[in-house]
Ligand binder design. Sequence first.
Ligand code: KG4
Ligand code: ZN
Length: 358
Amino acid sequence: RNYSCLLGIETSCDDTGCAIINDRGEILAETLQSQNLMHLRNGGIIPDVAQDLHRKYIEPTVHKTLQGANISMSDITAIAVTLEPGLPLSLAIGMKYAKHLAKNFKKPIIPIHHMEAHALVARMEHDNISFPFLTLLISGGHCLLAVVQDVNKFLLLGESIDCAPGEVFDKIARRMKLRNIPEYSQLCGGQAIEIAASKATNPHIFKLPLPLAEYKDCNFSFNGLKTSVLYHLFKKERFHNIDADKLIPEVNDLCAATLMATSRHLLHRTQRAMEFCHQNNLIPENKKQFVVSGGVACNNYIFNALTMLCNELEYNIFRPQLKLCTDNGVMIAWNGLEKWWRNIDIVTDLNTLDIKAQ
Ligand code: KG4
Ligand code: ZN
């Protein structure tokens, strides 16, 4: 083959992802082996369980992807693999397998930062997004605002000082027992809350705080919001005398209130970041681009609210297609390709990877 093919491997959390893309950024094949059902049954991700499942799935997932693209390892130019951040036990499986392939087939490895990949994958679909651009990354593990100045140059403007919004949605959904509703039984917390919220009639009966309202920075905090929601839930359960697996009648309203309060906080901080970029000339006035990505970006209520803010402040808003917002192998392969083109972080001596991985 006379063009490049990037293999991407992602195992940072609970999905075993693999993809192959060509040097036009076209997806030749992609596989995503989810562990969602197992973790739903366990009431959350247990790192040892996630690692065992990655160990079981990694080889068949990569093989299936190669088969799907109808190519063999010798056709692969380089292997991109998530280095950090994530669950150390999960990350280790992807890295170990990538090194095994690299050694056997004499291919370079390109280590990838999971959050950078979430942001950069927007450039795969929208080739008009140029550096610098502002990004909001919202997922089950992170919440951050950054100016992406280059492929490997991220200026962090703010991040969560406690938990992430997706984590809050998952916890609240579990505590509300949303999974007992058949319609929601296979969904992650964020998805269940989004659907329940769309059925709300009176969300304003629940008052929730605006976190960090007094702080003039771009950081986030979701702990207080989570506690307030759980407090409302507890009070309503007591009031209605609800037992074990029943739901409060106002559950849809509480979901909507949660989503509205989360959006308000995200918007408040994003607006601050946009003002900061303006004051410090971080984003050119004639090309204001905003990328939102990560699993929580799938939420249309949040996306629509951000779109309105962008319209007002004259930013172009971009969101990767939904399957590329949540964890996947494609974004890792794409980030690998962006680094390959620029000759950044291409590791041929596998021993130096151990140093990076520490
Ligand atoms: O990016 P991601 O796949 O994994 C991490 O890197 O964390 O994000 C997963 C998170 C979960 O917490 C899930 O509840 C949330 O994204 N999520 C959503 C939606 N779809 C997934 N949150 C709100 N609304 C959604 N539609
Ligand atoms: Zn992620």
